[in-house]
Design a binder for this molecule. Structure first.
Ligand code: SF4
Length: 295
């Protein structure tokens, strides 16, 4: 099934659905999963994250550039990037000589990166079948895996899914890669065909020329790799369900993911259940993860 409203229907019927992000949260820390996905807690004053919003705004610009209504309209895509990103632009630090230092997540850099992308791939005429579409397929009995795919293409070698990565890491790991295996599974199951993909790397680095930051990497998995991935996903889902049944969500103690304190540190270090519950209502809001942004 491929329509987002069908996915909302699954949720309304209380049919368990998981996506790569929620499963990865569980593998990082079951307690963190409990707070984020079972209770739906988000910090009431989120930390500014220019990198995250740089990527979100870049995705929106790409969606516009490839959509039939504004196909390859550079200016429209750039405007969308600027409108969505300007309030999150990184604030420049002042250097030893009293002058502002160059920032990575800036509007100027974002626009030059997007312009380099548009110029490099302007002649790519592969047919775009869908943009930002959500897919759900049964991964194990009565349990669905969902994923939102940036772009689905029709190519001379068959269907291809495409995922943009605005990233500092040019050596992006493709195998094993649960997100890309998940997309392969979803589109292959939907179409009944063996499907491959492409990761469209849009590197984020202030020390390189934007043209050096654009790489398209083919994604293709063997049946064996996919079976290992599927087995792992199903086992992780079973572990989540076991935690839910027992009401026990173990801590992983990996409390500085990406070198920053975990959002739930105040809860995991509270002195009593009463203090814990008071902090839940004072420091957090309930906003359940929505991989489709349509609720
Ligand atoms: S503070 Fe540490 S143990 Fe607690 S949820 Fe975060 S990562 Fe897990």
């Amino acid at each position: 099934m491929s329509k987002s409203n069908i996915i909302q229907e699954l949720r309304a019927q209380k049919i368990p659905i998981y996506d790569n992000s929620s499963i990865k949260t569980f593998t990082w820390c079951p307690r963190g999963y409990f707070y984020r996905h079972e209770l739906g807690l988000e910090p009431s004053t989120p930390r500014l994250n220019p990198g995250l919003h740089f990527g979100i705004s870049g995705h929106l610009a790409m969606e516009s550039w490839f959509s039939p209504d504004s196909y390859k309209d550079d200016q429209k895509a750039l405007n969308i990037f600027v409108d969505n990103f300007h309030e999150y632009e990184e604030v420049a630090k002042i250097g030893a000589r009293g002058k502002p230092l160059k920032t990575t997540h800036s509007i100027i850099f974002g626009c030059s990166l997007l312009e380099a992308y548009f110029n490099k791939y302007r002649n790519d005429e592969r047919k775009v079948l869908s943009l930002e579409n959500a897919y759900a397929e049964e991964i194990t009995e009565d349990t669905y895996l969902v994923g939102k795919i940036d772009k689905l293409l029709e190519t001379s070698r068959g269907l291809k899914f495409c995922d943009y990565k605005f990233t500092k890491y040019m050596n992006y790991l493709l195998n094993p890669n649960p997100q890309m295996c998940g997309y392969t599974f979803l589109v292959s199951k939907l179409t009944g065909e063996k499907v491959n993909g492409e990761v469209d790397i849009i590197g984020v680095s202030k020390s390189k020329n934007p043209n050096e930051l654009l790489i398209r990497m083919p994604v293709e998995y063997s049946e064996f790799s996919l079976s290992l991935w599927k087995e792992s996903v199903v086992e992780q889902i079973k572990s989540i369900e076991r935690c839910r049944e027992r009401g026990i969500w173990p801590q992983s103690w990996d409390c500085k993911p990406f070198f920053r304190d975990c959002d739930y540190l105040p809860l995991c270090t509270s002195s009593s259940k009463e203090v814990h519950d008071e902090m839940v209502s004072r420091l957090f809001v309930i906003k359940f993860w929505d991989p489709f942004g349509e609720e």
